[in-house]
Design a protein around this ligand. Structure first.
Ligand code: S3P
Length: 177
């Protein structure tokens, strides 16, 4: 079973994904980390040196490479992945897509506290994060929402509460398989 976790930057795809994979005893794949290892360069540098289209092509290729090689995993996808090159349809066809959904306010709070080295967040001043997130989400949300499963998260709550929320949906998925 292939489980793809989708959602906006900072929503917790990697944290939740690692935990779920361990619980299900299946491998965990962080697609961004795979790309970074493959090209031996952090994503922030990739964006700087080669630009976003180059990164999107790498994402596209690596997604397919992982899917063609493995049929059991939990994957944390990059926040933009589903929204480029119709990757969402590909993932919907190849496995179970789970959209981890959070409110704009929760995402703004979390990314303002720590935006890490994310190039897409560097496009805006920290004071404009809410507007930036709102604008990006307005284009991404319709695509995320075509995932097979949607889980509403509360980012103010401890990670454990959100892991339980996603776990409930995973159990539903398992029941269908
Ligand atoms: C991106 C999100 C990042 C990473 C890249 C682009 C995006 O992943 O793939 O910086 O376009 O939203 P996270 O969602 O894990 O931060």
């Amino acid at each position: 079973m292939r489980i793809f976790l989708l959602g906006f930057m900072g929503v917790g795809k990697s944290t939740i994904g690692k935990y779920l994979a361990e619980d299900l005893h299946i491998p965990f794949v962080d697609l961004d980390e795979w790309i970074e290892e493959e090209v031996q360069m952090p994503i922030s540098e990739l964006f700087k040196e080669y630009g976003e289209p180059f990164f999107r092509k790498l994402e596209f290729d690596h997604l397919r490479k992982v899917v063609e090689t493995y049929d059991r995993f939990v994957m944390a996808t990059g926040g933009g992945l589903p929204c480029f090159n119709d990757n969402i349809s590909y993932m919907n066809e190849k496995g179970e897509t789970v959209y981890l959904k959070a409110s704009i306010d929760d995402l703004t709070r979390r990314l303002t506290a720590s935006s890490g080295d994310r190039p897409i967040m560097k496009q805006a001043d920290i004071k404009q994060y809410k507007e930036h997130i709102t604008k990006l989400l307005s284009t991404r949300e319709p695509i995320y929402s075509t995932a097979k499963w949607i889980v509403d998260l509360q980012l103010e709550e401890p990670a454990s509460a959100n892991i339980i929320r996603v776990g409930t949906v995973i159990n539903e998925i398992l029941a269908k398989h």
